[in-house]
Design a binder for this molecule. Sequence first.
Ligand code: PMP
Length: 462
Amino acid sequence: MALTETVPAAPAHEGILRRQSLRESAARTYARSLPIVPVRARGLTIEGADGRRYLDCLSGAGTLALGHNHPVVLEAIRTVLDSGAPLHVLDLATPVKDAFTTELFATLPGGLAEKARIQFCGPAGTDAVEAAFKLVRTATGRDGLMAFSGAYHGMTSEALAASGGAQRTSVVRLPYPYDYRCPFGTGGERGAELAARWTQNLLDDHKSGVPSPAGMILEPVQGEGGVIPAPDGWLRRMREITAARQIPLIVDEVQTGVGRTGAFWAVDHSGIVPDVIVLSKAIGGSLPLAVIVYREELDAWQPGAHAGTFRGNQLAMAAGAATLAYVRANGLARRAGELGARMLARLSSLAAAHDCIGDVRGRGLMLGVELVDRDADADATGARPAAPELAAAVRDACLDRGLIVELGGRHSAVVRLLPPLTITDEQADAILDRLADAITAAVRTTPGPMGSSPTTMRGTTP
Ligand code: PMP
């Protein structure tokens, strides 16, 4: 199989990249590790201005449930454009918004759909996270929040405070069940049970120093944290613990929603019904859109409590409604579950053949490969130290082979795969072939932490 197909090169490529590095901020991220200039895209494939084609397993950080420029998304956008409808309407009612809300509500977990309220937020996931915190603080009259180690909820100040890298006293950090690096040194069901007990104990011990919080926020599968699926039993325990103590449970489905994990919403696997669901990314069908959906009893905030100019993007709502409908009508959640399981099985074989792969895991088409130092000793639970340099080398070797992947995890040592839900079996094989080849190449050229052989590494970790 040819590793990369080529299309006629555009000479602008180098100049655009050079100007970007001269003019854009030092805070830019993906642009550093993926020095490509996309000019066309369809489905899984991006064409760069360098004339190369890439298989895109980053999918706009998990946004593109249907891949790039899916015909139903383009058709929905064109229909709005051709209708003469206003494109920007603050939070006014429109037929497009009405249709989006109806489609979204049709997918909601039973028990929430019948009595849900929706708040259209500013267009980013982080804005919806802020809205969720404000909502539960107003409804409960309490202030503190509970969040989990390794979490990622966004970059605005409150969302960042609830993310794993932050240290804020108003956010109490709880252990997330991470099988491979179990905080309790046990892993498996026992590790998840101990994590749940820890949480329960903090809430019930009046001398724990932790006041009853306004809410608990969690991701059903931690994405940026390193593709860590929470066990369904643990999620049910979190639901019981919060419900019994009147603590609203906020589930952040920004990355896991719309079929990604093999169910329409990742909470559907466990059957829990959250009090608040935070949604963005795929619900906009590749355009910016973010909402929270919540139990109507929580709707105690005042008009204007969470406003914002850009809450009425009609093109995003139309693209989003078309995406939701397409995923639902074509059973793409089930397809993601089945294909993801097959891909995970192949990744497990890859792990058996490479001792630099410490763990492979995921749910549906949200997959991760954790790279470790093969020369280091394993700890008592069998985990070895993360290998971020090797992971960066794998990412670069993937790009050389026409495969776009990004890294996640505590140490940026987890290679993440987030392909569109629409990929074929052959495309899935091509992705894994390129990844396997990239791992072999990166191992050959990357020294261990003690440094023994030359490296051809390129780029930096974002
Ligand atoms: N929550 C989760 C689970 C996410 O993965 C992200 C983005 N990766 C966010 C929130 C923040 O979304 P945004 O970048 O659109 O603000």
